[in-house]
Design a protein around this ligand. Sequence first.
Ligand code: ATP
Ligand code: MG
Length: 631
Amino acid sequence: MGMKTYADFHRHSLDDRDAFWAEQAKRIDWQTPPQQVCDTSRPPFARWFVGGTTNLCHNAVDRHAAARPDDAALIWVSTEVGREIVYSFAQLHDEVQTMAAMLQAQGVGEGDRVLIYMPMIPEAAFAMLACARIGAIHSVVFGGFASVSLASRIDDAAPKLIVSADAGSRGGKVVPYKPLLDEAITLAAHKPERVLMVDRGLAAFTPVAGRDLDYAALRAQHAGAQVPVVWLESNRISYTLYTSGTTGKPKGVQRDVGGYAVALATSMDYIFGGKAGETYFSTSDIGWVVGHSYIVYGPLIAGMATLMYEGLPINPDAAIWWSLVEKYKVTVMFSAPTAVRVLKKHDPALLKRHDLSSLRALFLAGEPLDEPTGRWIAEGLSVPIIDNYWQTETGWPLLTVAHHIPGVAPVPTRFGSPGVPMYGYDVQLLDEQTGEPLTEANQKGVLTIAHPLPPGCLQTVWGDDERFVRTYWSSVPGKQVYSTFDWGLRDEDGYTFILGRTDDVINVAGHRLGTREIEECISSHGAIAEVAVVGVADQLKGQVALAFVVLRDPAQSSPALEAEVLKHVDCQLGAVARPARVHFVSVLPKTRSGKLLRRALQAVAEGRDPGDLTTLDDPGALAQVRELLGR
Ligand code: ATP
Ligand code: MG
């Protein structure tokens, strides 16, 4: 029997949508089976597995604890505090029930919000799973957000209880959380009734009487607690989570229970090829969607051990990740291009120091994977590098290559492209002007998804259905399409290339250029580690490009190098794409999740107010640009 093509498989997932997903739904345990696979009666909303009852925590923990209690479930490694702990499924089951009992004792129940503001410690995962267990809605806020950003998220989620810790640690430096949290609660209009504090003994603090609770004391009190899972209708809310805020004010993404569990279970198999008993290592943070889908829920639902790492990728040296791959026999790894660019500043020999024979693939997502970075890591590690494109909103990859579908020929990877539309996603490239689907290859269009979004995607914007419809579904009048706000292009073979965000286009004397294209070109120059290109207003040309460049060796910065980079762009893209200036900086402004904040660079360069900077990682990066440009 011959292999089906992936294109046929994808077609089947759309044409026989309900049959396809009904089959996938068997991957998880249901207390009551779903009565309807997909309810599309109220577009653009979609409801998956209507009437079915299930539970994320049961599927991630209980069912494995019953079958393989002693297998590793959560491996925690902190190079910050020098500790490693391996929790088996049975131990994880105990810890989660204990935490669930604590939450219930504080009156937290179904539908109540719990805000989690935590460093990368096991208790953060316990808290998420404990919420899932009892039907409380978690809202994880990246630990390290300052008090103003945290306050606005407290007001949005209106949590009954907040779980937090005394401090995180970054590069050996203690980062106290508690003062930020106290200030945020003071600033917020909504006051949580309780704050559950994990005291790591890193930063002394004074508990607020009557509000703050001590985790260790309550853990002792509730040790051995048995808390049955609460079976939830598939469309109940599992969690809310904010987008990175790269293009403006973050959006509160709301997700369901059953659709998410099914989507993750399917992706763990078809896309990641992860198997029960193996180890998955995602270098992300629980504060981001990758941390939700592929540190906590996805690997555990698949019965894998998940490796949770607290620390920098370069501490004690830039081989730390690879030493963990060797030690814990990691089979599937997930990281981001931004992290690889950090490693790229270090000796490539470090990529070869450890035995990586267990590792089958490294998945990268979050930002465009430029070719030099992709090749550097692929050659250095000698494992397949798999780019995958998705969003906080989608919850799981939208474009990539699925290599593990039985009976289906794998789609080869192609440098520069994350791949092809994943099963379940009816991806359409639309002409920006007419809203009509692009029929020819190599035309640039807006990447959209036709209604209904597949399982696992956002249900709505938390508390704001109107914003959901207006933000995502209104870009093509008269059509039910979800806009990703990214530009795409499809080549002759059906590979999609991401050309940047729809608001990252510049117009130089009538020529429309994606800043991404210019960045790609500049980054192919050997001296350059990182680059950001933005368009700034220009009286003569409408807009001109400005490039901000981080060199691999800062000592190389010189007018001669600037001229060389400009000439490089001339040769590769043409004079029209040539930036007006190349500025050398030591660091680029990024979101906390490591994405380039082009809008802030652009605003500063144009002397405007940079807007919402609550997600900016290092304020020094913008200060440097201001100084450079005399703003
Ligand atoms: P906001 O929506 O608040 O502006 P954000 O879009 O950066 O922030 P995320 O959901 O974290 O928030 O990021 C999703 C976006 O990241 C995608 O829309 C896309 O622009 C970019 N992206 C993710 N993965 C890839 C990839 N593999 N290649 C290119 N771009 C990617
Ligand atoms: Mg976005």
